[in-house]
Design a protein. Structure first.
Lengths: 284, 167
């Protein structure tokens, strides 16, 4: 289908972009890999589309005092090509390699994907596990929102109507931490039936840090707080299996044409166990 | 309302008219008569519309034509030089990397980008790179063979003194 008619302009500055974000009937576009399909199906019918994809303020990956900072309009491709991210947060490339396909990664942006908040997208699990901090900006000012308070429902986030996601801060990993992303994909779409990101640090044979983010399982990607109970334990097979069961206990799982709730919960337990095991194996 | 878009297509600077809602693939096909780029699905999945935007493979059904303003586009028509097929095109021909041919321009464009980034990909790397291109005829075996053959031909052409292929 062909999109409904709209006007198109390019933001010349961040101020232009923020103005667009606060204007009724206006949509911002960067890579467009979620928005253009929505326009095509006329699920989105904005009267104005403002392009922010080329703004240098929203691009790039840099080292900061607290961690690595990624501009919201940085493409998945640039995440894959970043030596800095490979060093500080290898889980980003590990996850990104499975997002969409090569062409989508060449154009799609990390900030666009997070703000779109598809409940089956991969990256939310990672930012939850890493305890990332998202910078939301509007003409009223700037605020920081932890990823763990960002996702509110399917395609719903903590962003106010006039806010733009501008930066993602990935705090440095705890000393000696290993990370891993494990997912089961729906074969045709590549979206996660279940995706799990894990961070595990081990010292002297005992876990000193454990964090798990889960996507695809419920209608909102979530941080599985129970993983912290691994701290002080030995990360052996039985303990990690029990931690995986605990991580999804009581979760109301999605049910659709691709997988029943029961099957998704099963996949989630397997994915959490594998992610924790791989992350623990990489720790130290 | 149509806008004038200034861009470079296959090495040629030109102006084209498009509404903001026009998809790049439709401008290429309907305005510029570059019908080698195909529309194979309506869901951004098939990759038949793949072109290079500033050297990177993109699905031209998922880019607005106005977003190409000021950028360089390479389509399948831009690969052959003076009647000589690009090594990737030649390899798809020689290795029977196509049957009906509908998806082929997309596969060729993605392959051109892949081999620029990675001149000697493994079979796994080839299959991963071509995940966004769907072929309903070949079963992919011959496509992978074609990519390997093209990689080898391109590596050969990069030897000192050998002609460097364009595209």
């Amino acid at each position: 289908m062909i999109p409904a008619a709209f006007e198109y302009t390019r933001a010349r500055s961040l101020a232009d972009a923020l103005k667009a974000a606060g204007t009724r009937g206006t949509k911002v576009i960067a890579g467009g890999q979620s928005l253009v399909p929505l326009l095509r199906f006329r699920l989105a019918q904005p009267s104005v589309v403002v392009d922010i994809g080329h703004l240098p303020q929203l691009q790039g990956i840099k080292r900061a005092k607290q961690g690595t900072v990624i501009g919201a309009a940085t493409t998945y491709r640039d995440l894959l090509d970043s030596k800095l991210l490979h060093n500080t947060h290898p889980i980003i490339a590990e996850t990104t390699a499975g997002i969409g396909d090569r062409q989508v990664r060449n154009r799609g942006t990390i900030g666009g994907g997070l703000a779109h908040a598809d409940p089956a997208s991969d990256m939310p699990a990672v930012v939850l596990a890493l305890d990332a901090v998202l910078t939301l900006q509007s003409r009223r000012g700037k605020r920081s929102v932890p990823a763990r308070k960002f996702f509110k429902g399917p395609f719903a986030t903590a962003m106010k109507k006039d806010e733009l996601l501008t930066e993602i801060l990935l705090p440095f990993l705890p000393q000696g931490a290993g990370t891993a992303y494990e997912s089961f994909e729906q074969a045709a779409s590549g979206y996660a039936l279940v995706g799990v990101a894990a961070v595990v640090a081990v010292s002297g044979g005992a876990v000193t840090h454990a964090a798990v983010g889960i996507t695809g399982l419920a209608d909102t990607p979530f941080f599985a707080a129970s993983a912290a109970k691994l701290i002080g334990r030995t990360p052996n097979k039985e303990i990690l299996r029990a931690a995986a069961a605990a991580a999804v206990e009581g979760v109301s799982a999605n049910e659709d044409i691709h997988a029943s709730a029961e099957y998704r919960l099963h996949l989630a337990r397997v994915a959490v166990r594998k992610a924790l095991t791989t992350a623990a194996g990489r720790a130290g | 309302m149509t806008q004038t878009i200034t861009l470079n297509v296959n090495g040629q600077a030109l102006k084209a008219q498009a509404e903001p809602r026009t998809l790049l693939v439709h401008m290429l096909r309907d305005e510029l008569n570059l019908t080698g780029t195909q529309v194979g699905c309506d869901t951004s999945q098939c990759g038949a519309c793949t072109v290079l935007l500033d050297g990177r493979a993109v699905k031209s059904c998922s880019v607005l034509a106005v977003q190409a303003e000021g950028h360089k586009i390479t389509t399948i028509e831009g690969l052959a030089r003076d009647g000589t097929l690009h090594p990737v095109q030649q390899a798809f021909w020689e290795k029977h990397g196509l049957q009906c041919g509908f998806c082929t321009p997309g596969f060729v464009m993605t392959t051109v980008e892949l081999l620029r980034d990675n001149p000697d990909p493994t079979e796994d790397e080839i299959r991963h790179a071509l995940e966004g291109n769907v072929c309903r005829c070949t079963g992919y075996q011959n496509i992978v063979a074609a990519v390997r053959s093209a990689a080898s031909a391109l590596r050969g052409s990069r030897r000192p003194g050998a002609a460097v292929s364009g595209g």
